[in-house]
Write a protein that binds this ligand. Structure first.
Ligand code: ARG
Length: 238
């Protein structure tokens, strides 16, 4: 027992446990280009650029933490992170748990299939095997509206892509720009015409943290007015 405690303390000293007041901790799931992804071992993307602007406004240093998408809200609720920024769609279930910023992106949900798939239209997926990222709005939407579908939940979109390539799944339902990036990396996949539904992204903070939310909103509004979010999207979609 004592040994265990010592190991934990040593680890904390080495890697830092608990939060530092000079840091703004941004929680994300970094498998979602162009919003957050790894480039040369570093997490970059639209949400990270926005996070940097928020940190600058606060006079803090930005720290980015990559977790499973379905853990993000808990990290914010428990205070382990300050801001959840992950191309996260605003919805009522989440609003019960955290506070959302103003919306900063509008996103369509699309269907990704194999090039030679016999699914020709988004209307043909109702009773198919569909991969989604666990805890996303696509996951929720399909469970609610596509009761005859077999839904495969994955932690990572890469795993969902493997499902479709290997024939384990018929398609993926996901956000449009990340789908475009996924298809670029996986030329055997394509996006079907049409959209299933539309989402709006917001960033999240702990419930009641109005002070931080006001700063997030102020920075987001400025970036929207200056057309910066569009610029970041173009930059990270190249
Ligand atoms: N927009 C979708 C949602 O909020 C998917 C977001 C996935 N984001 C990510 N970083 N993996 O549920």
């Amino acid at each position: 027992m004592l040994k265990k405690v010592l190991v934990v303390i040593t680890l904390c000293l080495l890697v830092g446990c608990g939060k530092n007041d000079n840091e703004l901790v941004l929680i994300t799931e970094a498998g979602f280009a162009p919003y957050e992804f790894y480039e040369n071992g570093e997490i970059v993307g639209v949400d990270i650029e926005i996070g940097k602007e928020i940190a600058k406004e606060l006079g803090k240093e930005l720290v980015v933490k990559d977790v499973a998408f379905d853990f993000i809200i808990n990290e914010i609720k428990s205070g382990k992170g300050d801001i959840g920024a992950a191309g996260m769609s605003i919805n009522d279930e989440r609003k019960e748990q955290v506070d959302f910023s103003i919306e900063y992106v509008v996103s369509n949900q699309v269907v990704v299939v194999k090039n030679d798939s016999n699914i020709k239209s988004i209307d043909d997926i109702k009773n198919k095997t569909i991969s989604v990222q666990l805890g996303t709005t696509a996951d929720l939407y399909l469970h609610e509206n596509y009761k005859d579908a077999n839904i495969v939940t994955q932690k990572k979109y890469l795993a969902a892509a493997e499902d479709v390539k290997s024939g384990k799944s018929d398609c993926i339902v996901m956000d449009e720009l990340p789908a475009k990036e996924l298809v670029k990396e996986n030329p055997e996949l394509k996006i079907l015409d049409g959209i299933l539904f539309t989402d709006k992204y917001g960033m999240v903070v702990k419930k009641g943290n109005k002070e931080l939310l006001d700063v997030v909103n102020k920075v987001l509004q400025r970036l929207i007015d200056e057309n910066k979010i569009e610029e970041y999207i173009i930059k990270y979609s190249e």
